[in-house]
Write a protein that binds this ligand. Sequence first.
Ligand SMILES: *Cc1c(COP(=O)(O)O)cnc(C)c1O
Length: 472
Amino acid sequence: MGESTSESAGLAGGRAGHRRLAELIPLVLDAMGAGSVERGGPGPAGGPAAVAAGVAALTGAEPLAGATGVGAEQALSEMSRLLAAGSVDPADPACAAHLHCPPLAVAVAADVVASALNPSMDSWDQAPVASEIERELVTLIARLCYPDAPAPDAVVTTGGTESNLLGLLLAREPEPAVRPVCGRNAHHSVARAAWLLGLPAPVLVDCDGERMRPAALAETLRELGSPAVVVATAGTTDTGEIDPLRELAAVCRRHGARLHVDASYGGLALCSAKLKPLLDGLGEADSVALDAHKFGWQPISAGLLAVRDAADLSSLSVRAEYLNADDDTEAGLPDLLGRSIRTSRRPDAFRMAVTLRALGIDGMGALVEHCCATAAEVAAMIERHPGLRLWGAPTLSTVLFKPVDADDELVARVRRTLLEAGTAIVGRATMSDGVWLKLTLLHPHASAEDYRPLLDSVVAAAAAQSAEVVLQ
Ligand SMILES: *Cc1c(COP(=O)(O)O)cnc(C)c1O
């Protein structure tokens, strides 16, 4: 190995690792700063072609890596700059399309030590203290979801998709003939989970607006007559609405159906005493999906699945001699393998634990409240705006709106125009009455006023698009 190669291959851990990181991390941070200035807005200008050209300019006609490397310093500096310049940054209020949060600095900093030491959560001998910290975190989350249950538990997942898969898996294990049932408002990952598990496609239950109708669910369960697992949603992807959980839980109980609540979006509103009533009945569910990479402000991924009865998780138990031999378990080594469907697993719990310890539950709840209050104010601004129409009052932090008199095509074009200009990253939602623009507000510090330029740019883009159509 030449001098530069051996330096480039320096380790993050060990006695010298922190010193090597102290050399490299400032390069990353400087490049991130420079790249963000270069970008100058919430996203890169020019759309896919311009972004691809930026990458091509770095590599030339060569592949990304040749036989000889450029060294750690150069690779980090140039590629970090490229990443920052070409990313959309959810820390800019005008980047508000998806449930895509700006991570807290404390969580990202915690990830440095977690990545450097690289605990793997599949066996105690790879993660002695990280597994204890994870145990503390999941106990806290389980208690948050199930304050009244005698033995709740929770596991860490990659996000709502995996949590919903596990929710259906835990229902299928004791009951292979279980039929999945969900509202028409459910996330697409529910149908995918059924498909992956070899279950029939979910039976869809009608909604009242965007909320599952308890009477329609009762009717569905009566007609099915077979064991069912019902998936309710607490915070829908399109509008942030919350199903009537307590009523749905009562219907499930009457029909002997299992209830999984997909609270990937709304779940951490449990941290706020003020917002908690929105989730009334959540504790009646058999399992709950939550995502701390939405409300929770964690880097991806940070999913959780809570279960009312820890015994349900025994379905995930598996033995692998090299990871959890019986005699090791009998000798007192915690058996971690059955706490996930993954094997190697990042210590995502560590940064969630650091964040919650730093902010406290109330501090986390205050950030959720801020987003929801800001969404209400932005909705009021839209209502007063002569150029805009509001879809309806937000439940959590999602606001749907569109320029007045805009047809679906214009709405879609306005979104793409702003995206390609790098001016604003706005989402879309197709509702029964057509296509709407969507803002999913996850910025924990932005005020309603910070969204005014975005609203004005939507109106301006709509006017420019309409003028163009007239000219054509
Ligand atoms: C985000 C979300 C999902 C998917 O979660 P991932 O973390 O992206 O896997 C599922 N359901 C709902 C309601 C969501 O908001």
